[in-house]
Ligand binder design. Structure first.
Ligand SMILES: *Cc1c(COP(=O)(O)O)cnc(C)c1O
Length: 250
């Protein structure tokens, strides 16, 4: 059902056509998952993860109607956001973030999904105030934290989520928008994306008790977006299924 995204080297027109076809396939998957879950399609937003792909692809995506894009490395994201300024895009930062990159990230990111510690909240807040911007923040939850085998992808332990969210809500220049998670590769949820996303959904409901506006649940990627939609995700982050298989990281 996932299907193979099309990625053979091609002309610009052919590339745009590939992206359109891949997007249509992903759109169909999201619509089917919403249908199966009894949810309205409008309750789920597609964020296209463009990391490793060139600004030209981002421009094509914008022409094809994509409005939300995500990146996971500051240097690459900053250059691409600058190259695509004026395309009407919202930029989401979804990668592990060092405090010394906060200033750069708030320069282009409308949303940061990977806020996982108090020091980062302070750095983002200082940077946002200095830049005169307001940045939406999601707390990244490490669903494998309990196992002691945290996969090195960042995230706050579930018991620390509330404190990080409180700090964001109190921080000038930041807004608490919700939670993000990646399905764990290790621990009790390994190979169980639906159970992992159900757990995220539970943590999100508790959070909304104290922060009613924190209603974004960012979960699900190319391989598990159906499970995320079934569990109540409001935002899915899809890269490979739209742009193609990425070359291995250097
Ligand atoms: C790369 C990435 C994605 C997209 O993953 P795909 O499997 O390519 O769809 C989603 N979320 C985060 C945090 C990522 O780094």
């Amino acid at each position: 059902m996932t299907g193979e995204p099309t990625t053979d080297p091609v002309s610009p027109d052919e590339r745009k056509a590939q992206l359109a076809a891949n997007l249509a396939r992903v759109e169909h998957r999201i619509a089917a998952a919403c249908d199966a879950a009894g949810r309205d399609r409008s309750q789920v937003t597609l964020i296209v993860v463009t990391k490793t792909y060139p600004a030209d692809d981002v421009t094509f995506l914008a022409q094809l109607g994509v409005r939300q894009v995500a990146e996971n490395r500051d240097q690459e994201a900053a250059a691409k956001a600058a190259a695509c300024a004026g395309a009407g895009l919202s930029w989401h930062f979804v990668g592990q973030l060092q405090t010394n990159k906060a200033r750069s990230v708030v320069g282009y990111a409308d949303h940061v999904h990977s806020v996982d510690r108090l020091r980062l909240v302070t750095a983002l807040s200082d940077a946002a105030v200095r830049a005169g911007r307001e940045v939406g923040c999601l707390v990244q939850v490490a669903l494998d934290a309990a196992s002691g085998t945290v996969g090195g992808r960042g995230g706050a332990a579930p018991q620390d989520v509330e404190a990080v969210a409180d700090a964001i809500a109190a921080a000038p220049g930041l807004r608490i928008e919700g939670l993000m998670a990646v399905a764990p590769l290790a621990g009790e949820y390994a190979g169980q994306p639906r159970a992992a996303f159900d757990r995220l959904s539970d943590i999100a409901s508790v959070l909304r008790g104290s922060h009613p506006a924190a209603n974004m649940v960012s979960a699900g990627m190319s391989s598990d977006l159906e499970e995320a939609v079934a569990a109540g995700a409001t935002h899915v982050r899809v890269g490979t299924a739209v742009l193609g298989v990425r070359p291995p990281l250097r």
